[in-house]
Design a protein around this ligand. Structure first.
Ligand code: AMP
Length: 219
């Protein structure tokens, strides 16, 4: 089973990915996480990535596929959960070819829908665990960590992403509208797109996604 989570920034991709990964034993592949790992390095490539991520524009497709190929070479689990990838039609087409070569296919594309005003409040409150990657939000009661700046799950330190600020958000949101949202029609035509109201609490969003997966799998 291969799944894509398609959404504007801060719509809940990471949160839902965590839940889906556990329930369906998927390999969670976040291109944003791969890029942030590169950006944390002190070499020239790391510095270049840091700059691009902070600005909010998309990274070039060649870089994305290089990171992806490296990741897939090492991963054994065939079930993939794509978070933040593909971001444009070229990436979507290359993904399709890549899956074909593995005698595999895409099963579900979940579009997480959230109004822009809500995304703005979410983005400034988002916190991530440095150790296990768990996602929290200090602006949403149900997503607040029990202790300030400490992960409930592993005790790791919580941090705020450099691009989780209003200026970067505007650029990221515009990139989504200009490039990524074209994928909505693309996957709708392939009849694998499912719209999810992601303004609801995370458990309800997860339930909606799970219901669709289970219904389709039993048919
Ligand atoms: P995300 O963690 O998905 O919000 O991504 C953070 C940033 O990483 C984005 O604003 C882009 O600059 C970059 N990025 C992540 N995934 C991709 C992708 N598939 N293609 C191009 N850029 C990406």
């Amino acid at each position: 089973m291969n799944i894509i989570l398609l959404a504007p920034p801060a719509a809940g991709k990471g949160t839902q990915a965590e839940l889906l990964e556990q329930k369906y034993h998927l390999n969670h592949l976040s291109t944003g996480d791969l890029l942030r790992a590169s950006a944390s390095r002190e070499d020239a490539f790391g510095k270049e990535m840091k700059k691009i991520l902070e600005s909010g524009v998309l990274v070039s497709d060649d870089i994305i596929f290089k990171l992806l190929d490296e990741y897939l070479e090492e991963s054994e689990n065939k079930n993939l959960l794509f978070d933040g990838f593909p971001r444009n039609i070229n990436q979507a087409e290359r993904l399709e070819n890549m899956l074909k070569e593995r005698n595999d296919q895409l099963d579900f594309v979940f579009l997480l829908e959230v109004e822009k005003e809500i995304l703005e409040t979410r983005i400034t409150g988002r916190r991530l665990c440095r150790k296990c990657g768990s996602v929290y939000n200090v602006n949403i009661n149900s997503l607040k960590p029990k202790q300030n700046s400490i992960c409930d799950k592993c005790g790791g330190e919580l941090y705020q992403r450099n691009d989780d600020n209003k200026d970067s958000f505007e650029v990221r949101y515009q990139e989504y509208l200009d490039k990524t949202s074209t994928l909505i029609n693309y996957y709708q035509n392939k009849k694998i797109l499912y719209r999810i109201d992601s303004e609801k609490p995370k458990e309800e969003v997860f339930q909606s996604i799970s219901n669709i997966i289970e219904k389709e799998m039993t048919e």
